[in-house]
Design a protein around this ligand. Structure first.
Ligand code: UDP
Ligand code: MG
Length: 322
């Protein structure tokens, strides 16, 4: 029997890009020796993406559609794709052709060689501005310095996993605050990377603004590192040393010139100390917020409707039992 490749594509307001994406990708998928399913996850688009996708699904039964009840975010869409995919190899990619579909045959070659996790690494990014490029480099430096696990620089949300690795992601990584790319790189298995040149977006615009990226980066750091929590201990030690030195200085100047005045010193120190204190309280608060989100256990995504998906797939039932 032919092996099956599942291509998972997250779609949020991509009406302008979809036609080009579908044409190019399905042309490549048809040339493969593998059978395929093309899973589009509509992440609550508010433009015409859904009707475009329904058209594709009507024309081709290998096109499957999962449509969320609202926008749940890119990662939730990829997770839904993993949940519903039945392939021996699952490839996640963006709908804007920034992740070139011509790499699909190369990915499958690697799979046939026995690799189970394939990370696609960007060598060049045509559409990212300088600010995005610099912050991306900075982000990977910080996260690699802070966390125990190591991250590939410039890894993207373009990756492929085999059925075994997908099962692990599906069952054991249902975190609500997460960094899917980080999980993919750290579940182990036989893994390799393929370099690719990111193309410019075919149409439409990026949905990630700097604010979103900042929140995303902060969450990622907190998910993969407890280091920020230890800042409190370091700040405590630092303040103790500072306090001790100030005490020595105060005694010295009291002996020399009598009771010191030092209004300015007190005000500056107070402000400084409160700043450190509140910062640490804030960091603890962020961790508590993550705990709270996990504890509530709300769904990662809610499916509104599906096309060409027969019944509830096996994968979904597993999630129910959980
Ligand atoms: N996307 C999504 N939900 C969102 C935001 C984005 O499914 O809330 C999809 C989007 O349609 C695209 C992919 O995620 O296929 C990557 O988004 P985008 O191209 O905006 O990000 P960038 O490539 O600029 O980092
Ligand atoms: Mg993009």
């Amino acid at each position: 029997m032919k092996k099956v490749v599942s291509v998972v594509v997250s779609v949020y307001n991509e009406q302008k890009a979809l036609q080009a994406f579908y044409q190019e990708t399905s042309r490549i998928l048809q040339t493969l020796t593998w059978d395929y399913e093309l899973i589009f996850v509509n992440d609550g688009s508010v433009d015409d993406s859904l009707s475009v996708l329904k058209d594709f699904a009507r024309q081709n039964e290998k096109v499957k559609l999962i449509s969320f009840s609202r926008n749940f975010g890119h990662e939730a869409a990829m997770i839904a794709g993993l949940d519903y995919a039945v392939g021996d190899c699952i490839i996640c990619m963006d709908a804007d052709l920034q992740h070139p579909p011509e790499y699909i045959p190369k990915i499958l070659e690697k799979m046939e060689e026995g690799f189970q996790v394939i990370n696609m690494v960007r060598t060049k990014n045509d559409s990212a501005g300088w600010l995005k490029s610099i912050t991306s480099v900075g982000f990977y430096k910080v996260i690699n310095a802070l966390s125990d696990v190591k991250f590939e620089n410039n890894a993207s949300d373009f990756f492929a996993v085999d059925a075994q690795a997908a099962a692990v992601l599906r069952q054991d990584y249902r975190e609500k605050v997460r960094f899917l790319r980080g999980f993919v790189q750290n579940i182990g298995f036989r893994k390799t990377t393929i370099e690719f040149e990111a193309r410019a977006r075919v149409a439409g615009e990026s949905k990630y603004n700097i604010k979103k990226l900042f929140t995303f980066s902060m969450n990622t750091i907190m998910c993969f590192s407890n280091m920020p929590l230890k800042l409190g201990i370091y700040a405590g030690i630092f303040s103790a040393i500072l306090g001790f030195l100030m005490m020595l200085y105060t005694i010295y100047s009291w002996i020399q010139v009598g009771t010191p005045s030092g209004y300015a010193t007190i005000v500056v120190l107070l402000c400084f100390m409160f700043a450190v204190l509140f910062l640490i309280v804030g960091i603890i608060g962020e961790y508590i917020a993550i705990l709270f989100t996990e504890l509530k256990g709300r769904p990662i995504y809610i499916v509104g409707e599906t096309c060409n998906i027969k019944g509830k797939t096996q994968n979904k039932q597993e999630e129910k039992i959980e």
